[in-house]
Design a binder for this molecule. Sequence first.
Ligand code: SF4
Length: 442
Amino acid sequence: MKTKTLKKDKVNLITLGCSKNLVDSENIMTQMIGNDISIKHEVHEDDTNVVVINTCGFIDVAKEESIQTILQFADAKKDGRIEKLFVTGCLSQRYKDDLRKEIPEVDDWFGVLELPELLAKFNADYKHELIGERISTTPKHFAYLKIAEGCSRTCSFCAIPLMRGKHISRTIEDLVKEATHLANTGVRELILISQELTYYGLDIYKKRKLATLMNELSKIKGIQWIRLHYAYPHKFPMEILDEMASNDKVCNYLDIPFQHASNKVLKDMRRNITMEDMEEIIIAAVEKVPNINIRTTFLVGFPGETEEDFEILCDFVKRMRFDRVGVFQYSHEEGTSAYEMEDDVPTELKVERANTLMEIQREISLKNNEQHVGTTMKVLFDRKEGDFFIGRTEFDSPEVDNEVLVDGKEHYVRIGDFADVKITKASEYDLEGDVVVLSKFA
Ligand code: SF4
């Protein structure tokens, strides 16, 4: 069913899940606004009459959050507080046939590649001329740049390829165009994302082209930082480390999810890599880029993970001394090949192992951070909270990493400015400091 008078619709777009979903939401907004539809991102005012929810279907907790959000707005529709409710994104892609029956209040469900169909519900067209433009929901000075969609890997625990399909790289020309547009709107930091960054180019150029892309993006006027997220370790393209070492605009930061360290678990996870290979990558990274900061994520409680496997993982974390670590608990996802295995690690043990690993990392993080005290670091300021201006160094990504706090009673910086900050204090996950020089890029 179509909405009656389209111009009067006021749409509230809700985004759940990761930065890749956020970029999809930004594209939805760009297309809607390009079609003269009034749309806002996550507003709490009640003057919107249509809600679109962009869902996540990654693991149990994410699915639960998406379902609860849909139910909350289904109630709003039943109560007459909104007129229409549409759901898109990963959860919808994966379960729309079942959910359609379960939650009839939702007017329609769309998969991740069905933006034209969603627009049609508003009598709007998908405008190809808007590709490369993007309404940003992040602070003006940074933006996520999604360089590919989908994933062609077959990690046994991961449901993402079921929802997002195979890896499809965007062309370098398209990405440079979009990044130039973002830079013209004030973006200083580009955060490169995709399900699997290091595969970039193999499908369309028949060779890995991430380093070339980094180099091309760094030539764009206004871009000061380029940051890499989600590098897959198997067949890691070492040339990206050379580009990082030689190119001042590429942050000395690498997010490379290793997932585990026990060779038995890595094999069952179908990661195509051993602990020894992973160590070689880390050693090479530190050799080529001496002050590189490495972020990784691990998955604990995978089927068959024994105490011994977990010990191997703890030992790996202690030896490698990563700068940033995230830990997920295994979620038994139907449709994945690990679903054939028995989910035999009890929930309490998964929680305990996740906590143990984070405790190990907490001590490492504190020691790493203490080394910065007395040094001066370049900081990009994201926001003001209470009395403090809050920013990040090149070693920190938004939302997931450390922050640098500067006392707003003593110093003034503008949000989106760079400044040199002398670090005076360190805790496990934050630094504090004093501004010594405001950057000329302010
Ligand atoms: S590389 Fe990442 S997104 Fe792709 S299957 Fe493995 S875990 Fe999933």
